[in-house]
Design a protein around this ligand. Structure first.
Ligand code: GLP
Length: 266
């Protein structure tokens, strides 16, 4: 069900868009694709590097991966993972941390080796952050780069926590969170005032170095930003538009998130 979205002449990029009836169907397919690559690498005795996202969007993907582990003997013993981002400051044992999120939805239920899991550290002293971020980049490179990068999209058009203004060649770094992003995160923190104002995130360049990138968006609430991303020229004002310049990107949408797109071709 892959559809191509023809963009205007002024914008030569033609991202691949896959539209599914609903988020569950899309997520099961994404999880199956990940599982196939994990198994293919296992047959070749190789490791696979996954770039992982948090937020509500990837939850069904993780549920399906857990099901595959429990019911279909999918092992994660050859998986190395790098998470996109973490709030700063953030204690890993706090329920709002992305460490807690990943444990809850994935890591506590599969056989990934703890030493193969990487999530940006929200407990660093400010002075340590720069060196830590460049070490994070180096670790990704040292294991051969990311094979599959999962992404959600924020209503600001952010990917990871690359907010409007993030540059194409940005790397892992400390960033300030956008006001809308903090509003959207408020329910998890009880109130917006408790949402951290900063985060550590992989950069746009870090993300775009992945060999396959799946940006997922579900529901009517994402339809506007999906439409803007597709129909606006490539601009730092909407960081997700950078993805349109790389051919390894696929936008995986449900019908509702795709509902404002015009000109989708079957
Ligand atoms: C957060 C995360 C992003 C995520 C976005 C969308 O800001 N840092 O990686 O894509 O939220 O969240 P949701 O999937 O809940 O809509």
């Amino acid at each position: 069900m892959v559809k191509n979205f023809p963009l205007e002449q002024s914008n030569p990029e033609r991202p691949v868009i896959s539209v599914y009836p609903d988020a569950k169907a899309a997520s099961v397919d994404v999880a199956q694709r990940i599982a196939s690559l994990i198994r293919a690498k296992q047959r070749d005795n190789k490791q696979i590097v996954l770039g992982l996202a948090t937020g509500s969007t990837p939850i069904y993907v993780y549920e399906e991966l857990v099901r595959l582990h429990r019911e279909e003997e999918l092992s994660f013993n050859n998986v190395i993972s790098f998470n996109l981002d973490e709030y700063f400051p953030m204690q890993p044992d706090s329920s709002q941390s992305y460490v807690a999120f990943m444990k809850k939805y994935l890591f506590d239920h599969i056989d990934i080796k703890p030493e193969n899991v990487h999530i940006p550290d929200g407990t660093l002293a400010r002075a340590e952050i720069e060196a830590y971020c460049s070490a994070y980049e180096n670790k990704i490179k040292a294991v051969g780069g990311i094979d599959i990068q999962l992404l959600g999209i924020g209503r600001t058009g952010h990917i990871g926590f690359n907010e409007p203004g993030a540059t194409r060649f940005s790397k892992t770094r400390l960033v300030e969170l956008n006001d809308l992003t903090r509003t959207d995160a408020a329910p998890a923190f009880g109130s917006k005032e408790y949402v951290p104002t900063e985060a550590i995130t992989m950069g746009i360049d870090t993300i775009m170095a992945a060999r396959k990138i799946l940006l997922m968006a579900w529901g009517r609430g994402k339809a506007e930003i999906v439409q803007k991303t597709m129909e606006t020229e490539v601009t730092a004002t909407i960081p997700a538009t950078f993805l349109k310049t790389c051919e390894q990107v696929e936008f995986v949408l449900d019908n509702e998130a795709a509902s404002l797109l015009t000109g989708l071709e079957a």
